[in-house]
Design a protein around this ligand. Structure first.
Ligand code: ADP
Ligand code: MG
Length: 478
């Protein structure tokens, strides 16, 4: 039997408002526990929630970025359940009438194929607090700073067919929310959380299999692993004659497995009903118009422009525009360095990214800012340094605040483009290698590389490679 994987994702994006969705408390991450929860967040008797209009604007921007329907009249509902981190006994969410309806996103897969994934809906809701298990020995504390933080829950259609597709989709949503500046996307801090609904079915059948929902996945890498583990588990269950039960499972990154958390039988009946404390949200066309005017250039448009304006390949343009910070960095370096788009693109995608990866850093945390990187590109462009030396200089820049020119002077790395100086080095190398010279002249042209290497070494890597090659060929001819 061949199995087909089916995945739908629910993504919670924390909206980057300064205050909470229904109160004036700050949403700042990392404050002292319980210092940012007021009477409204706690649901004290007699208090009334007041909707933060910024959260509404952000949800509409998301709809505009995903070609989604905008709910002209959406309604907040109470989702009732008991948990220590939810003192008022219900979460304010949206159920029957969400602010964002059906939409689509285009996802570019590893092989370059573009897949359209359907969005079912996206709704506004408040986050709950947090249970803290590691602060007191043998006891659990409750931190309500997060209670009332605005979330946009983005629900996809079950359109993904592999863990990689699911990750590509999640990355795309991550990229969109950051482009339009509605979420900081920080997965470690929980600002962007993915729950994966996973099922399998025999290839060629239509009916969806029973799904498990995996929670607690806090990186794209773990998302891929958790789904792959879950698919294998479900296939094993089915092939050994069992049935998959609908349940919520937790991903355990340490053991790379998913474990049952609660089954459908124990699932809550949330008794949703419209929240009587909040009016329906009515979105006027004029507001939609105003927000569309304020929308930034989105990833696809920017990618297309990078191809047409800078003659970059589709692939390179895709890498540079995958997130806004990278695209901004690239455009800033390009505008100030005078270097070609191709040079800047290959240096960002190659040397810069590999150093960031090695240190586990995101571009905004790069020790080398766009300004300093631009200086480095200028010096390659005007032939002050070779690409090889530039790599050494980038290493120096990584560990200090010094700019490129200071490092070139300090380390004596200026490229040698004085032809008499290069000629002298070539002559010395040829003289020291008579047998290689003879072989070369008998037709062993491969030895050119050997001579280039020797002269480069003599120049301590500083000879202008173009000049060196050209002059050396002439000299070797005799
Ligand atoms: P709930 O609200 O109980 O989590 P929904 O029906 O809203 O359930 O579905 C939530 C997510 O699960 C959606 O992203 C949807 O695409 C996905 N989904 C639903 N059924 C399946 C299935 N059989 N296999 C995989 N994903 C599914
Ligand atoms: Mg769900």
């Amino acid at each position: 039997m061949q199995w087909e994987t089916v995945i739908g994702l629910e993504i919670h994006a924390q909206l980057a408002t300064r205050s909470k969705i229904f109160s004036a408390s700050s949403t700042q991450f990392g404050a002292e526990v319980n210092s940012q929860a007021n009477a409204v967040d706690l649901g004290m008797p007699g208090v009334l929630p007041v909707l933060n209009i910024e959260a509404v604007h952000m949800a509409i921007k998301f709809a505009l970025a995903t070609n989604a329907e905008i709910g002209k009249r959406s309604v907040f509902a109470r989702k009732n359940y008991f948990y220590p981190d939810l003192p008022k006994g219900y979460q304010i969410s949206q159920m029957a009438l969400p602010i964002v309806g059906q939409g689509t996103v285009e996802v570019t897969l590893d092989d370059g194929v573009v897949k359209t994934v359907g969005l079912t809906r996206a709704h506004l809701e408040e986050d709950a607090g947090k249970s803290v298990h590691d602060l007191f020995h043998g006891q659990t504390g409750v931190d309500l700073n997060r209670a009332g933080t605005p979330l946009l829950e983005i629900v996809s259609e079950p359109d993904m067919r592999s863990a990689r597709e699911a990750v590509a989709y999640a990355r795309k949503i991550h990229s969109i929310v950051r482009y339009i500046d509605i979420c900081d996307g920080n997965m470690q801090e929980g600002s962007f959380r993915c729950d994966a609904n996973v099922s399998v079915r025999p290839v060629g059948t239509e009916t969806l299999g029973t799904r498990a929902e995996i929670k607690n996945v806090n990186s794209f890498r773990f998302l891929e692993r958790a789904i792959n583990f879950e698919v294998e588990r479900q296939i094993d269950v089915l092939e050994s004659g069992g049935t998959v039960v609908q349940e919520t499972r937790l991903y355990d990154a340490d053991n790379d497995e998913t474990r049952s958390m609660r089954s459908k039988e124990e699932a809550n009946d949330y008794r949703y009903f419209p929240d009587p404390d909040l009016l329906p949200v009515v979105v006027e066309d004029s507001l939609i118009e105003e927000l569309s005017q304020s929308m930034p250039e989105l990833p696809e448009a920017r990618c297309g422009r990078f191809v047409s304006e800078f003659q970059l390949s589709e692939y390179d343009a895709g890498v540079l525009t995958a997130d806004r910070a990278t695209a901004d960095y690239f455009e800033s370096v390009l505008a100030t360095s005078g270097a070609s788009a191709k040079l800047v693109s290959s240096w960002i995608g190659g040397e810069l990214f590999s150093r960031l990866n090695k240190d586990g850093l995101e571009l905004p945390e790069s020790p080398v800012t766009a300004d300093r990187f631009s200086g480095l590109m200028s010096r390659i462009h005007d032939n002050t340094i070779s690409g090889k030396i530039a790599k050494q200089i980038l290493d120096h820049m990584w560990g200090s605040d010094a700019d490129v020119d200071a490092i070139i002077d300090r380390e004596g790395l200026r490229q040698i483009s004085d032809s008499s100086e290069i000629e002298k080095m070539i002559d010395d190398v040829i003289e020291a290698n008579p047998s290689q010279l003879a072989e070369y002249r008998q037709g062993k042209e491969k030895l050119l590389a050997y001579f280039v290497g020797q002269v480069m070494k003599a120049s301590r890597g500083k000879a202008n490679p173009g000049q060196l090659n050209e002059m050396l060929r002439e000299k070797l001819k005799g």
